[in-house]
Every structure is written in C-alpha cells, then in structure tokens.
Design a protein. Structure first.
Length: 138
C-alpha cells in the first residue's frame, strides 16, 4: 500500500472566505500515484474548515449569512473566549462546517457525486494556514 502526505497552504486576505481546492487535491492525487484508495483532506487550524459541496456563489453567500446568524462575530464581548482575542465565532463556525473530508479514489480519480467539490473554509483569515492531504491506497 502507498502512503502520500502533502501540506497545502492558504492565506485568505479577508476574515472569511471559501476557496475551491479540488484542483489542488487532484494534483496531490496525481503526484501520489494512487489509483484505488482514500483521500483525507483536513484543515490543520482550529478556525478553518474543509467541506464538500457545490461550487455555486449563491450557496456560498447563503453559507456566509447562515453562519453569521448562528455564530455572529459581533459583539465580540459576547464570547468568553474573546478575552484578548476576537475569533470565538470562527471556532464555532469551524465546528459547524467540519474539520475534514474523506473521498474515495477510484481508477485514479476522486470519486465525487454530481457537482461535489472540495472547499477550504476560512473563518479568521489574513494569515497563512495549512491543509493536510493524506492519500493511502494502491
């Protein structure tokens, strides 16, 4: 069995944003040489997320609106975590959107459903953060 590991780095210039990283993960898969197996993709920071969904701008806007209703950034004084910080909402948004995804690899390709793509979700940006890609298989 083969094992492949690579870190991808992202620096979203805004506080929040969604980045389609499907092509980056596909490049890792090609580099790995694995044709049958599993691909794990996970955010290596507690205020960022990796998730799978449609690459549609209206949906991304809806996520932004929904997440802000569930865990609003303001007022920062409303969170116990925010003593000296202002990112408690980012931790909660990450919890909602998830840490990682696992995608099957079949015949050398990520085995997606229709419209599925992998996204990096940033909830406390403006600095470099990493995403781990771990691929195992034959």
């Amino acid at each position: 069995m083969k094992s492949f590991r690579k870190e991808l780095w992202f620096n979203v210039p805004a506080r929040r944003g969604f980045v389609n990283i499907t092509r980056d993960v596909e490049a890792c898969l090609k580099e790995s040489g694995v044709t049958e197996g599993l691909c794990l993709v996970n955010a290596m920071h507690i205020t960022a997320s990796v998730f799978i969904n449609d690459d549609e701008s209206g949906l991304h806007h809806d996520y932004e609106t929904w997440l802000e209703k569930l865990a609003p950034h303001e007022p920062v004084s409303g969170y116990s975590h925010n003593v000296g910080e202002d990112n408690a909402d980012a931790h909660m948004k990450r919890q909602i959107m998830g840490r990682e995804v696992v995608v099957a690899i079949t015949e050398g390709r990520l085995d997606f459903g229709t419209w599925e793509r992998i996204f990096y979700g940033e909830f406390d940006g403006r600095r470099k953060k990493r995403v781990l890609v771990k691929i195992i298989g034959e």
